[in-house]
Design a protein around this ligand. Structure first.
Ligand SMILES: NC(=O)c1ccc[n+]([C@@H]2O[C@H](COP(=O)([O-])OP(=O)(O)OC[C@H]3O[C@@H](n4cnc5c(N)ncnc54)[C@H](O)[C@@H]3O)[C@@H](O)[C@H]2O)c1
Length: 263
């Protein structure tokens, strides 16, 4: 079974696969889309920011990859259905979904507006549900698929809480629990569902959080590797879970956090 073989395919080869990535205009979604395209997948980039996605499509073209951009607010069912329709029209099938689109607006719990709570849950949790359900219906036809949901170390029960992010933590805990349940229901259909739970990652989203050097050092102090991760390091985990190299993994959570949760 094991052994060196000259004909062994490239590690995490995605040649012939079709992937959808949400929130792909920047940050981790952008890195995921580029990583999957580099591994040979045809990629559908979706985001509320269509112009941002189109720039990433141009980057992928320079790498000789094949991709399209489709505007989509992943919390809206009509938009989600349109992404699936456009993907099938252009590429004929769906093999991989990376649910990544998310927001993390800080707001103290006692002042948190109901509408803001609902918005975070709508995008971060309901959006993942809508995309996963619509894609899994297509994957089931081919008895094959991999869904990678981007969660967070803010998912609960890993020894850390995040003040000012009650709505966000609720959404990320929901993603982990929802992914386990999806994994059970979809395993008989050949579809795997896993979570990547990033720690503190430098992205355009986190870079908008202005902080002085003292606060930055305090944020890094509990991270054993004493640095934030970068989007490419998360994309590597996404690629592994998207590919058949992780064929015996479903319902799992892969924490990528520089050792933060281990501390
Ligand atoms: N950056 C971190 O430290 C960190 C840590 C853990 C988890 N995460 C998660 O990773 C994911 C990506 O985070 P990031 O830091 O790259 O964010 P980012 O803000 O840099 O990028 C997020 C992208 O999502 C898009 N988006 C927002 N709302 C959308 C919607 N309704 N529909 C479609 N697209 C939408 C934005 O336009 C943007 O392009 C999120 O789910 C986030 O919760 C981030």
């Amino acid at each position: 079974m094991f052994g060196l073989n000259k004909t062994t395919a490239k590690f995490c080869d995605l040649k012939g696969k079709v992937a959808i990535v949400t929130g792909a205009a920047k940050g981790m979604g952008r890195a995921d889309a580029i990583k999957l395209a580099n591994a040979g997948a045809k990629v559908v980039l979706t985001d509320v920011d269509l112009a941002g996605c189109q720039l990433v499509v141009e980057e992928i073209k320079k790498l000789r990859g094949d991709s399209i951009a489709v505007k989509c607010d992943s919390s809206k069912k009509a938009d989600v259905d349109n992404v699936v329709a456009e993907t099938l029209k252009k590429f004929g099938k769906i093999d991989i979904l990376v649910n990544n689109a998310g927001i993390y607006p800080f707001e103290p719990f006692l002042e948190m507006k109901e509408a803001n709570f609902e918005k975070v849950i709508d995008i971060n949790l309901k959006g993942y549900f809508l995309m996963a359900q619509a894609c899994a219906k297509e994957m089931a036809k081919n008895k094959s698929g991999s869904i990678v949901n981007i969660g967070s170390v803010a998912m609960g029960q890993v020894g850390m809480g995040f003040a000012g992010l009650v709505h966000y933590c609720a959404s990320k805990g929901g993603i982990t629990a929802m992914s386990e349940a999806m994994a059970l229901e979809l395993a008989p259909m050949g579809i795997r569902v896993n979570v990547v739970a990033p720690g503190s990652i430098d992205t355009p989203g986190t870079n908008t959080m202005k902080m002085d050097e003292k606060t930055r050092q305090a944020m890094l102090a509990p991270i054993p590797m004493k640095r934030n991760g970068n989007a490419e390091e998360i994309a590597s985990a996404v690629l592994f879970l998207a590919s058949s190299e992780s064929s015996y993994m479903t319902g799992s959570v892969m924490v990528v956090d520089g050792g933060w949760c281990a501390g």
